[in-house]
Design a protein around this ligand. Structure first.
Ligand code: LLP
Length: 442
């Protein structure tokens, strides 16, 4: 079994995370429960920052907060010196509540509403990543009206396809995101942006996909963007100060995944940038990246309580847990694979292959197919690894299941950072039905 971060197994076959027994956490907070290994988040954050520092390249590492947004998480990444990528008014609001330094907030999104833009303008955030012509126009109008200067990056699609699941491909030409480089829209966006006196155009951005295991996509993207910047310097005298290469660094979910150390992505990017800039006598821009999954993915573990079992002789044994697609949509949405263990029986012999079912009213609500486990009974604790990214953030109330709490663990301490929803939360926005017309039918 592969353990992550500070996870350990004690002499009694119990799983510990951050020095705390999983069963103790379950006793304190109940299940399902998202547990974050704070030390591992710190290690990942420092890994990225230190690599840039080692190369002597100015950089911002912006946590892609869509992976897991909460006030405490934002405070943690702030403490580690990261910047923050937000993609909605809601994520921005969370950042404001966390009192995240506004100048280190970058605002993404392909359809930011006027209300969201106004919110960000009022907060004087560090950078708008402009996605399309509509947004360019809206921002021009709003900043002129307010007589407010803003920093922008233009999001471009460099035509790079990263090897990953189709749904999480965003850098290729046929994408809802960004200005296309090949068809000239990116250049048109730049020439328009440069004429707007309230815009400070910092540079360009690309994000080529997610859960990527090779550096090639990033070096091709970096090279393509630098080539464009070189041409634009010749045409417009534009000197980019920032090159943002997005996120997407892959992590290990199962033994089939072979991630490369996060530092290698940075090494490769820096090498390409330094060599291109050297040979084209360009200033080395500040490099920004936006890791989400690789900062929090393997730091998160979900604990469930095992409940019912259904054995179909010679077919399959289903083992049901008290959560499912309501707290982890990824298996249902992307066929995502996970590994798991019985957190209170780690020394028991593995003796069966079972499938882990969620409790939602849907056959597709399966968390893991065909996993070897020891004999289990109701009340045992199942730990599903690597649920830290896009787990809680994509959790939902399907079947009116309350969303689980989130806790942080570190050095033998634990702390509640998001409370468990209760039934009252589920009907909080509901309004009673009032008859609007008289009708006689039964
Ligand atoms: N920057 C931009 C502009 C992005 O669109 C994304 C992710 C990231 C950074 C962070 O990517 P990461 O480092 O986390 O791979 N829900 C999907 C992932 C969607 C990713 C969307 N954009 C999943 O559960 O796999």
């Amino acid at each position: 079994m592969h353990l992550y971060g500070t996870q350990q197994v004690n002499d009694n076959g119990q799983l510990l995370i951050g020095g705390v027994k999983a069963t103790e956490l379950v006793a304190s907070y109940g299940t399902p429960l998202y547990v974050y290994d704070v030390a591992l988040v710190r290690e990942r954050a420092r890994g990225f920052l230190n690599t840039f520092q080692h190369h002597g390249v100015r950089a911002q590492v912006a946590y892609a907060s869509k992976a897991f947004s909460s006030v405490a998480m934002f405070q943690l990444v702030e403490e580690e010196g990261l910047s923050l990528d937000v993609v909605s008014g809601g994520e921005l609001y969370t950042a404001v509540v966390a009192d995240f330094p506004r100048e280190r907030i970058h605002f993404h999104g392909n359809n930011k509403s006027t209300e969201e833009l106004m919110f960000a303008l009022n907060e004087r955030i560090g950078c708008f990543v402009v996605d399309n012509f509509h947004e360019l126009d809206r921002l021009e109008q709003l900043t002129r009206e307010r007589n407010q200067t803003i920093s922008i990056l233009l999001r471009v699609t460099p035509g790079v396809e990263a090897h990953t699941h189709d749904y999480i491909l965003t850098g290729q030409e046929d994408s809802k995101f960004g200005f296309d480089l090949k068809n000239g829209q990116a250049e048109e966006a730049l020439s328009r942006a440069l004429q707007v006196p309230t815009f400070e155009v910092l540079g360009i951005h690309s994000h080529i996909g997610s859960q990527i295991f090779e550096t090639t996509g990033f070096s091709v993207a970096a090279h393509t963007l630098l080539k464009a910047l070189y041409e634009w310097r010749e045409t417009y005298g534009f000197q980019a100060r920032v090159l943002n290469l997005g996120g997407g660094f892959g992590i290990r979910y199962t033994k089939e995944d072979e991630p490369i150390p996060p530092a290698e992505y940075v090494n490769e990017m820096v090498e390409v940038i330094k060599s291109f800039c050297g040979s084209h006598s360009m200033q080395i821009p500040e490099v920004w990246i936006e890791p989400g999954r690789s900062l929090v993915g393997d730091a998160g573990t979900t604990l469930y309580t095992i409940g019912s079992q259904k054995d179909i002789p010679n077919v399959r044994r289903y083992i049901a847990v008290d959560g499912g697609m309501s707290d982890n949509l990824r298996p249902a949405l992307y066929d995502a694979r996970y590994e798991a263990c019985v957190a209170n029986k780690l020394h028991d012999q593995t003796e069966q292959t079972v499938s882990i079912a969620g409790k939602c009213c849907e056959s597709g609500d399966m968390l893991i197919w065909d996993i070897p486990l020891p004999k289990v009974e109701a009340g045992d604790v199942l730990a599903v690894f690597c649920t830290g990214a896009y787990g809680y953030s994509m959790a939902n109330n399907y079947n009116r299941i309350p969303r689980p709490p989130v806790i942080f663990v570190e050095n033998g301490h634990h702390q509640l950072v998001v409370k468990r929803e209760v039934y009252e939360d589920l009907v909080r926005q509901d309004q009673p039905y009032v008859q609007m017309t008289t009708h006689t039918g039964k």
